[in-house]
Design a protein around this ligand. Structure first.
Ligand SMILES: Cc1cc2nc3c(=O)[nH]c(=O)nc-3n(C[C@H](O)[C@H](O)[C@H](O)COP(=O)(O)OP(=O)(O)OC[C@H]3O[C@@H](n4cnc5c(N)ncnc54)[C@H](O)[C@@H]3O)c2cc1C
Length: 306
C-alpha cells in the first residue's frame, strides 16, 4: 500500500482523492476515482508510474475522456490525466512533435498555421494526441497514423521510441494498449494555409450538422462493421431515439448515445446490449464497441462483447 504523504515526496503534480470523473469525460457520466493525478511533466509521470508498479497499485491513463464510458461505481486505483502536464507541441527540424496531453484541436491548428497538411481531417475530434494515437483516431478517409513517424512510450521500465511500422495500427486500434504514450512525431506534407483552414471549417460544419453536439456524448459507440455503417444498422433496427432513463440513442445520429441529464452508465450499458441484440437478430452482425468501458465488472464486459 502507499500513502499520499509518500507520493508527495516524489510527485510534483495535482493529487485528488475520491475525485468525481464524470466532468473529465465527454459523456459526463461516471463515478469517482480513488486517486486522480495530474503529473507536472513527462518525468513526473514516469516516476509515479514506476512507483505504482512497484507497489502493485492499479492505474490508468485518461486523455480527454471522449472515447470512454466510466461505470457509476467509478475506478479503483489511480486515474492519471496528462492534459495539464504534457501539453506542448513543437517543430523539431522537419518533424511536428506533440506531447500526449495536447488537444487534437491545438495540434491541428498548429500544423495548419505552419502550412502543414494531412491532419486537418482530425479537426473537431475532441480527443488528445495520446488518446488519438491509442485509438488510431480518424475521419473522412484519414487516420492520425497516416503521417506519423514514431511514438515515444513508457514500456516496461524504459522510455522507448516505436516506429510507425512496429506500432500495430489498424482501424480504431493500435499496438499500444498497456503502454503509456508520451509523445508522437509526424512528418507532414506542405499545404496551402488558406485551403487547409477552409477544409477545417467545412469539416467542423459537417460535424455540427450530422452529430448531436448539443448534448454530452462519447462519439461513435460502435465500430463500423466491414462494408457498412453501425449507424445505418441501428437506424434500420428502429432504435433511433430509444431511451433508457436519461440515456438515449441520438435522434440525429444513431451510432451516438446522448446524456439527456444525469444519465447513469448502467442505462447506457442497457442501451448497448439492446442495440447489439437487436442488430444481431436483424442482420446476424455483432457490433463491436468502439468506446472503452472503464471500471465495469468482468460480467458486464463479457455481456457487451458476447
Ligand atoms: C463528438 C465526438 C466526435 C468524435 N469523432 C471521432 C471521429 O471522427 N473519429 C474518431 O476516431 N474518434 C472520434 N471520437 C472519439 C474520440 O474523440 C477519439 O477516439 C479520441 O482520439 C480519444 O481521445 P481521448 O484523449 O479523449 O482518449 P480517452 O477517451 O481519454 O481514452 C481512450 C483510451 O486511450 C487511453 N489513453 C488515453 N491517453 C493515453 C496515453 N497518453 N497513454 C496510454 N493510454 C492512453 C485511455 O486509457 C483509453 O483506453 C469522437 C468523440 C466525440 C465525443
Amino acid at each position: 500500500m502507499f500513502s499520499v504523504a509518500d507520493i508527495k515526496q516524489l510527485f510534483r503534480g495535482y493529487i485528488g482523492i475520491n475525485e468525481p470523473l464524470a466532468k473529465y469525460t465527454s459523456m459526463r457520466v461516471g463515478g469517482p476515482a480513488d486517486y486522480y493525478l495530474e503529473p507536472a511533466d513527462k518525468f513526473d509521470l514516469v516516476e509515479i508510474i514506476k512507483y505504482f508498479r512497484k507497489q502493485n497499485f492499479s492505474y490508468m491513463m485518461l486523455g480527454r475522456g471522449s472515447n470512454l464510458l466510466i461505470s457509476d461505481e467509478g475506478v479503483r486505483g489511480a486515474v492519471i490525466n496528462l492534459e495539464a502536464g504534457l501539453s506542448n507541441v513543437t517543430m523539431e527540424g522537419d518533424l511536428v512533435v506533440a506531447e500526449s496531453g495536447v488537444h487534437l484541436t491545438k495540434f491541428v491548428d498548429f500544423c495548419i498555421h505552419n502550412g502543414l497538411a494531412g491532419v486537418e481531417m482530425l479537426a473537431g475530434i475532441p480527443g488528445s494526441v495520446g488518446g488519438a494515437v491509442i485509438m488510431n483516431a480518424g475521419a473522412h478517409g484519414g487516420e492520425i497514423s497516416d503521417h506519423l513517424v514514431e511514438v515515444e512510450v513508457f514500456r516496461g521500465n524504459d522510455i522507448i521510441k516505436v516506429k510507425k511500422e512496429q506500432a500495430g495500427f489498424a482501424y480504431r486500434t493500435s499496438g499500444f494498449m498497456g503502454d503509456v504514450v508520451l509523445s508522437a512525431s509526424f512528418r507532414l506534407p506542405t499545404g496551402n494555409k488558406e485551403e487547409l483552414l477552409n477544409r477545417r471549417r467545412e469539416l467542423i460544419l459537417k460535424r455540427n450538422i450530422s452529430q448531436p453536439l448539443n448534448l454530452p456524448n462519447s462519439g461513435s459507440m460502435f465500430k463500423n462493421p466491414p462494408g457498412t455503417f453501425a449507424a445505418k444498422l441501428i437506424e434500420q433496427a428502429g432504435l433511433k431515439g430509444k431511451r433508457v432513463g436519461n440515456a438515449q440513442i441520438s435522434e440525429k445520429h444513431a451510432n451516438f448515445m446522448v446524456n439527456l441529464g444525469d444519465a447513469k452508465a448502467s442505462d447506457i450499458i442497457t442501451l448497448i446490449n439492446l442495440v447489439r441484440r437487436t442488430v444481431h437478430q436483424n442482420t446476424g452482425m455483432l457490433l463491436e464497441l468502439e468506446v472503452k468501458l472503464i471500471g465495469f465488472s468482468d460480467k458486464v464486459k463479457r455481456e457487451v462483447a458476447a
